[in-house]
Design a binder for this molecule. Structure first.
Ligand SMILES: C[S@@+](CC[C@H](N)C(=O)[O-])C[C@H]1O[C@@H](n2cnc3c(N)ncnc32)[C@H](O)[C@@H]1O
Length: 188
């Protein structure tokens, strides 16, 4: 296995196994658009991907990548907080929601996801998921940011009711310096 294998690959393998053509998906943290275009490739022409970011720079990056890859009809990129995700999709209709927590790669490190809004959005995404739907969370933390969010998110997901959700947390236990944590949530 390549030494660069990381949280993004884990998340994409998981999503590829779950998302089908025609599905509705949500990218809760658009950033540079990599997860958005990956989801677009899975849902195909008949599917839909709603992609959120609070930073105009991220929205523009994502729109550029979406256009380059020919997914303009599939992706709707929205400059809005993911805590308002329920304004865009109906309950019980979403196949997958993706969170890639932290800051915009190559962007302003002072703007990053926050525990309160992240948990509010996860809570809403759980309601939007159809049965059999999934959430992928890649939790990045380190230096002086993300620790509080990591703790709060892990505590929140560990208390989700067993009868309704299966929650799996994967860690790169032999890597130094706060490696990312990959979370999979299945709605039963
Ligand atoms: C680690 S980056 C995402 C990387 C992205 N998935 C990619 O493929 O490049 C996290 C992003 O979350 C965004 N963000 C922070 N708070 C947010 C919020 N409340 N709603 C939506 N996006 C938010 C940041 O602006 C940043 O672009």
């Amino acid at each position: 296995m390549a030494s660069t294998f990381g949280a993004v690959q884990l998340a994409h393998e998981f999503l590829a196994a779950q998302v089908k053509p025609g599905d509705i998906c949500i990218d809760c943290t658009a950033g540079r658009g990599n997860d958005t275009v990956f989801l677009c490739s899975l849902v195909g022409d008949k599917g839909k991907v709603f992609s959120f970011d609070i930073q105009q720079e991220a929205v523009e990056s994502t729109l550029k990548l979406v256009k380059e890859r020919g997914f303009s009809q599939t992706a709707e990129v929205i400059c809005r907080g993911h805590e308002e995700v329920d304004l865009y999709a109906e309950e019980g209709t979403v196949a997958a929601a993706v969170f890639n927590l932290g800051w915009l790669p190559g962007g302003d490190h002072s703007v990053h996801t926050q525990a309160g809004t992240t948990i509010k959005s996860i809570e809403k995404c759980l309601r939007l998921l159809k049965y059999g739907g999934v959430i992928s969370l890649s939790i990045y933390y380190g230096r002086d940011t993300g620790f509080e969010e990591k703790e709060a998110v892990l505590e929140y997901i560990s208390k989700l009711p067993t009868a309704e959700y299966t929650v799996i947390v994967s860690e790169f236990v032999n890597r130094p310096n706060c490696p990312p944590i990959a979370v999979r949530i299945y709605k039963c």
